[in-house]
Design a protein around this ligand. Structure first.
Ligand code: HEC
Ligand code: CU
Length: 374
């Protein structure tokens, strides 16, 4: 095999290997197909600029190649010293910028109409979802219904081929409804990016950005955080399940029922067994806390304290309840009292006091949290 053939064969097999991988297949040649009007406009804009740029590139490179070849020195050509004196030499200096301006205005015209749609907040939304980025997960709040979803990346064993692109709880949305997203963050900058259904704006702590969409096709749409947000930046994928409005209503009703049952359970003055609290606490810990303190409870030295063997998690119960309820200002440790109910906090604290060799045997009841809140 000749050298150039070998290079060709290696390149071809590398490309095949890349595109045969299901995780990148969707992105093989172009952006994935948009399924909402505004992303479609942006996609068209991208195609328009790409086409114009390709034509310009072909014309310019063709022209340069032609000139280099035809007017080469070995054929005896000399530079024309009077080019600027002829009609073309005089007018081309004006003509070329005019053509360039025309091209720019063509692109700018389409871009402006897309931008006007982006900033159009005059129409009423059917549904508002608050999207909160945090290190390193997404939380979704359906503002009209009080439903809250915490979305974590699935570990490799569970995600399989979709590793880095799959989550435990996807965001469920109806098709053919105007959806308003409110973007914010709880710690550092993030950006919620699902190009098939909506354009991107930054998620900024203490600030709300707004985007909107109207998804036209049912399906699963994937995205990721698009703002470098720390060591776990690559581990906060986004999954949106778009379903018909009827299916969405059914999903919502079921979610609400589960939430109500959970709230009723949490407010009841029941005394729970250690095992019940421990197993519930494990789930709550792995959803809300393990992003920082790690599933192993070992934390990240110098950044997030270990809870295994921690003075607080094995010492005074009141101090433990206090830091989980109220957080610690000026650090990444949030006040969980606003996000978790009494049962959830009691369970997660019971778990922390008995997991990873913290065999304190302590049991914290929802009633303890209730009185600590007062
Ligand atoms: C965004 C990262 C982050 C998340 C998520 C997080 N924590 Fe923390 N946590 C911290 C940091 C940072 C500290 C250290 C605060 C300080 O400087 O004292 C801390 C401290 C603690 C401590 C005290 C440990 C010690 O020995 O000082 C406990 C207990 C604790 N967290 C429990 C929890 C629980 C329970 C959850 C989930 C409901 C949770 N944390 C979620 C970052 C986090
Ligand atoms: Cu992020």
């Amino acid at each position: 095999m000749s050298k150039s053939r070998m290079i060709l064969a290696i390149t071809a097999s590398l490309m095949l290997g890349l595109f045969a991988n299901p995780a990148v297949a969707d992105y093989a040649l172009n952006f994935p197909e948009p399924v909402a009007p505004l992303p479609q406009q942006m996609y068209d804009l991208h195609m328009l600029t790409t086409k114009i740029a390709t034509i310009i590139m072909v014309v310019v490179i063709g022209f340069v190649a032609y000139v280099l070849f035809t007017f080469r020195k070995s054929k005896g050509y000399e530079a024309d010293q009077n080019f600027h004196k002829g009609a073309f030499g005089t007018w081309s200096w004006m003509l070329v910028p005019v053509i360039v301006l025309g091209i720019d205005l063509t692109i700018a015209g389409s871009a402006t109409s897309a931008l006007e749609e982006v900033e159009d907040y005059s129409k009423k939304a059917d549904l508002t979802v608050k999207v909160i980025g945090s290190q390193w997960k997404w939380t979704y709040e359906y503002m009209d219904d009080g439903i809250r979803i915490v979305s974590n990346m699935l570990p490799k064993e569970k995600a399989g081929d979709n590793y880095l692109r799959a989550v435990d709880n996807p965001l469920v949305l109806p098709t053919n409804r105007r959806i308003r997203f409110l973007h914010t963050a709880s710690d550092v900058l993030h950006a919620w990016w699902v190009p098939q259904i909506v354009y991107k704006k930054d998620s900024i702590p203490g600030y709300i950005n707004e985007t909107w969409t109207n998804i036209e096709k049912e399906g699963t749409y994937r995205g990721q955080c698009a703002e470098i947000c720390g060591t776990g930046h690559a581990f906060m994928p986004i999954v949106v399940e778009a379903v018909s409005p009827e299916k969405f209503e059914a999903w919502k009703a079921e979610k609400l029922q589960v939430a109500q049952a959970a709230a009723a359970e949490a407010s009841a003055d029941k005394t729970w067994s250690k095992d019940e609290l421990y197993s519930r606490g494990e789930g709550i810990y792995n959803t809300n806390c393990s992003g920082c303190h790690q599933v192993s409870g070992k934390g990240m030295p110098g950044v997030f304290p270990a809870l295994a063997g921690s003075k607080i998690a094995t010492g005074d119960i009141a101090a433990h309840i206090n830091i989980v309820l109220n957080g610690k200002s000026g650090t990444a440790m949030a006040a969980w009292g606003a996000q978790l109910n009494n049962l959830e906090i009691a369970a997660v604290i019971t778990y922390e006091r008995n997991a990873w060799g913290n065999n304190t045997g302590d049991v914290v009841q929802p009633a303890d949290i209730k009185s600590a809140r007062q």
